[in-house]
Design a protein around this ligand. Sequence first.
Ligand SMILES: C=C(O[C@@H]1C=C(C(=O)O)C=C[C@H]1O)C(=O)O
Length: 454
Amino acid sequence: MNLEAYQTILDDISLDSDKNYLTLQLPIYGMDIDERKLFSHFGSELGSRYWFRSKEDAYNIVGIGYLESIRRDKYSASSLSKEKDALYDKIQKVRLEEGIPSRLSLFGGTRFDTKETTDEWNDFAMVEFHLPKWQFDLKNEVLFYTAGISEVDLQTVLGDIVRELEAIENAELKADGKPVINMEKDLFPDEWKALVDRTVDVLDETSFRKVVLARQRLITFKSSADPLFLLERLDNEKGTYTIYYEKGKSAFISKSPEKLFDIKGDKLRTNAIAGSAKRIHDSEQDELQKSFLLNDEKNRYEHEVVRESIVHDLKPYSDWVEYDPKPGILENKYIYHLHTAIKATLNDDTDVFDLLDAIHPTPAVGGLPKKTARDYIMEEEYGTRGLYAAPVGIIHEDNDSEFVVSIRSMLIQANSATLFAGCGIVKGSSSEKEYEETQVKFTPMLNVLEANDE
Ligand SMILES: C=C(O[C@@H]1C=C(C(=O)O)C=C[C@H]1O)C(=O)O
């Protein structure tokens, strides 16, 4: 870190009194800093921290201290877009080194739907995106430090940051052991199976083709789960996103394999992921599982419904959408899915918030027709989805962004964890099989809690 050169830059700038914040962007090359040290060092910021790592490692970001947030009780693409622009406009950005390949981002998401939430989701607004005080881009080794412009002392700020970085490098990493489980139970298991049976009778191949029904599993602990323990456990499943999102007294956690979309310039990438078979961890049996999945009519149908819907929803925003008509297999640690990569070139003036609104929820987590399915889920499903299966991710100043469909997830509060898992129901689905499938889909979170029998 070339502190003298950085100070010279700071000596040469004048603070812009029209702005609310100053963001300093500086490299932290070679520093021994990771997510666990950050969460340990910034323990007092509990409830105001996140870790977001994308599955292709495009992003690995920790944010600490929510300085300002966009919060809305209703989703409105145009208002959100304006608020995002206004927030970025309030920031004076200063690069302390040229050519750093990283940019400031906001992190957050929207709830799955507008269902009145039960108390459990009160910490998360309908739509919420945060500007953190400390944003660590761990992939590119860059820090974005943001402070209120009236509070910044350009003579002392660098020294303060350096001291903090040194303390982070020396942070203690002593996590508590795994949370001791008091009680573990599926919520409404028989009612859920009955709902699936009823739903199969309602579905057909034209007017209501598919709906995804989710269920919950509740685990209570003898004492609260240590964030450092959870972070360590979150590191152990490749090929998935990692979301650890604290807000108030809650933490929302996901190891989702499913991208909603990412945008770079005018290029959007998304995927259809639907159709599932358990991974058995025996090479012969797993080959059979994969070839079953590729050829099974019900799974193929479930998958095609998702792909068609995504392609259809992209059309107003793109004259060029490309995908392979034959799905492949997405391999996760516990499960296989049918997978189709979809690419689009976006038309001019497409806004990321319009795309979010247009694409979410895909029938991988909602159903088809989308509105019928959404209403059905709100009406019939037990409990509230909140951030489960909802878009969570990051947005830069322009449209560049990456969003996850936050499945394989749980909500942690005080001494309890609520796990969520759902599956696509079509005509001909069997409630027993779907129940088993959701059981498999709890595994990533059970594994994070070390609550499975593995
Ligand atoms: C809804 C979930 O998963 C979704 C449903 C799938 C299916 O029904 O085959 C497969 C992958 C996901 O798109 C979940 O994991 O909770």
